[in-house]
Design a protein around this ligand. Sequence first.
Ligand code: GLN
Length: 506
Amino acid sequence: MANSTATLEEIQSFKGAYPKQLWSLFFSEMWERFCFYGMRGMLTYFMVYHLMMDEKLAQLQYGATQAFVYAFTFIGGLFADKILGFRRSLFWGGALMIVGSILLAINPKELFFLGLSFNIVGTGFFKPNISSMVGQLYKDGDHRTDAGFLLFYSGINLGAFFGGFVIQIGKGTMLSDLIPEALRWNVAFSLAAVVMVISLVTFIFTKNKLGPIGLSPLNKNQQISNSRKKIYEYAVYLGALLAVPLIMKMVSNTTYTNVFMYCVGPFSLLYLFYEMTKCTRAENLKLIAALLFILFSVIFWAIFEQAGGSLSIFAAEHVSDKLFGFISVDPNAINNSANSFFVIAFAPLVGLLFIKLAKIKLEPNGIIKFGLGFLFLGIAFYTYYFMRFGANANGIGSVNIFVLAIFISTLAELFLSPIGLSLMTKLSPQNLQGFMMGMWFLASAYGQYAAGLFGASISPDKTLSKIEKMNIYTQGYKDFALYALIAGIILIIISPLMKKLMLEVK
Ligand code: GLN
């Protein structure tokens, strides 16, 4: 039978560890993350050194873009469920990201915020919906689902890892002989557009193999005429375009961002409660479980995301530069890329381990995995804390222990983040899949927001000695470790209750 007519049953009855469609989604997402993280890596630097913005303001605006990106996933997911379906949303989001990157490539200085806003809206339509499609490749109760998400997560990080190098083209520390100085940033931003085109082309080929997965929910609705369906679809496109100047305004003034963040979370909760009035009791129990996972994930990201904030300063000031005592390294480079490296290497292995454990009926369920994620996070932050004991008189601790801590926090991430994606698809009814995935990412937006506040709360006074500063940071990490352990223990204690809420979902 031709792939384009494959039924859901045929797709979901695959043999082996992974469905073959997963690989296509893997590559589409890999290129999208390359574009996203490539751009994200350039933002603050470009704002400070080329737009000549004040450092503090640049950081605030960077934070605002991150908050908007993840907040918009909730809107992208919602419209996918109601009107576009996952495929068109993904395509539309990808197209907006291409436009945004092209604008930045044409004139990064003049069109910076416009290009960025296109990318924010585009990511909102792309990111949650590709993850939801991964979930649809699996039948309810298929024990291989989490492994699939772990492999997919490896693709995310592969893109993120390589995207992180694009900034070097702009700065002229890579390919500088080939690209004239005046054009380096244009080329760097245009690369984001090129990889996004590759992502969409990959998806066009995938589409034929997806059978009914990701089609518009309106297709099945006989009560609405085709012309009306088209009107709805174009209204979403128009609405998204109108959101671009609005976001531009809000990102440029971070006070608006704060207001937006205060409103979007409560609004999404109210909307969820409204949708729950239309669900069956069984669906509602699972949605409550999903919501609890989402709320716990805010705490997780608030601690984990110290990586992009306080830990980058800690790496610069308090970590030695000799790995194993003789390999010269930049502790900041380690802080930026070790996590992606460990994810790429270990995510598929952890996934296969879960499949093996399931065969002998020993695979932990989603709640226990989540709980373990928190426990690993606690151990990772205790490891950062322990760096104070081997520190020298200048308050510099061992990079070996620092790498070990990053490794443990990566394990924590692997037990929580891909499993969270998987749980969202398992716990949400068909008509709320995109919305719940959007809420999952919205929690990341709040987590990142809280991470900034947490980080600021342990930021030592500039006048202190290096050893005193080391002690303040590590004391902060010890506190975070304790919060993570408490969260993990609470999850494990409430696991019987969560199991009841999750019904048949593992
Ligand atoms: N790093 C992962 C990604 O880009 C997870 C992001 C998140 O949920 N905060 O998809």
